[in-house]
Write a protein that binds this ligand. Structure first.
Ligand code: SAH
Length: 261
């Protein structure tokens, strides 16, 4: 054991790695399991704004990094755990939804030593569920989830998936809907939806859910414009039966025809 490890109390056989979700933003939506892991951790790694949500304390090293460095971050976390550190990799929302859990498993490929480590994924409240709860129950029937970022897949595949899901009358949730590096993509997605869905279809723009900047906007598809979304927005498109009740939006549980009286 190195002197630094000995000082930190780290022991190679007792290291572990948790990949934890911090929920959409509000502290009350961090699970007790994630809080417990953070309380026991020696090291926390993650994208800069997510690590900023973790309170500093003696004995805890914070390792913030940029958001294009997921695989390097995963390798760093695994190597720290292999040296005996108690490591938490933080994601927003749920770590298995367009986040760090898949990156950690990818980094483990071809590394039996890392595969043998004590690794756990701690679920969190993902953005679409927090947004859905604020709006009512727009995901009350079958739905599909699509990441609109074309960093890791071709734009044509995104459009084909959206067209197929909308054509099968799924409700849809879109993550990463619009970024400054690809401002035109979301406009194309809205145009595709209008080809498949009726113009009155409800679409919800839920921005910064559970934070002090939260905004929830529900409009008809025909009135939606790309500027209603940014990278802090999750977008939910209803199915053909999704409707308003009072100030809420919900998708009925049943799509069976109503029996004649
Ligand atoms: N693992 C995260 C998703 C990471 S991808 C989760 O499970 O929620 C980042 C995208 O998540 C953002 O572009 C946005 O679409 C969505 N998102 C994350 N937090 C959000 C919030 N508080 N409100 C609305 N959307 C959010």
């Amino acid at each position: 054991m190195s002197a630094a490890l000995a000082r930190s109390g780290a022991n190679p056989s007792s290291g572990w790695l948790c990949i934890a979700g911090l929920g959409p933003g509000d502290e009350s939506q961090v699970t007790p399991a994630a809080s417990q892991a953070l309380a026991e951790a020696t090291d926390v790694l993650g994208y800069i704004p997510y690590v900023a949500r973790v309170a500093a304390r003696p004995g805890l090293r914070l390792h913030p990094s940029d958001n294009r460095e997921e695989l390097d971050r995963a390798r760093h976390a695994l190597s720290l755990a292999a040296q005996g550190h108690r490591v938490v990799v933080v994601s927003s929302g749920d770590p298995g939804v367009f986040a760090m859990a898949a990156a950690v498993f990818e980094a483990m490929e071809g590394r039996p030593d890392w595969q043998a480590l004590d690794v756990r994924v701690l679920p969190g409240i993902t953005a679409m569920l927090a947004a859905s709860a604020k709006a009512g129950a727009p995901l009350g029937h079958d739905f599909c989830v699509v990441n609109l970022s074309d960093n890791l897949k071709p734009a044509a595949l995104i459009e084909a998936r959206v067209r197929a899901a909308a054509g099968a009358d799924f409700a849809l949730a879109f993550y990463n809907p619009r970024s400054t590096s690809r401002p035109e993509t979301f406009g194309r997605i809205l145009a595709t939806l209008l080809e498949v869905c009726e113009p009155e279809r409800l679409i919800i723009f839920a921005r910064a859910v559970s934070t002090s900047n939260e905004q929830i906007l529900t409009v008809a598809l025909v009135d939606a414009i790309p500027e209603m979304a940014d990278m802090r927005t999750v977008v939910i498109v209803g199915n053909s039966a999704t409707r308003r009740v009072g100030r809420f939006v919900y998708s009925p549980r049943s799509v069976l025809p109503v029996p004649a009286p």
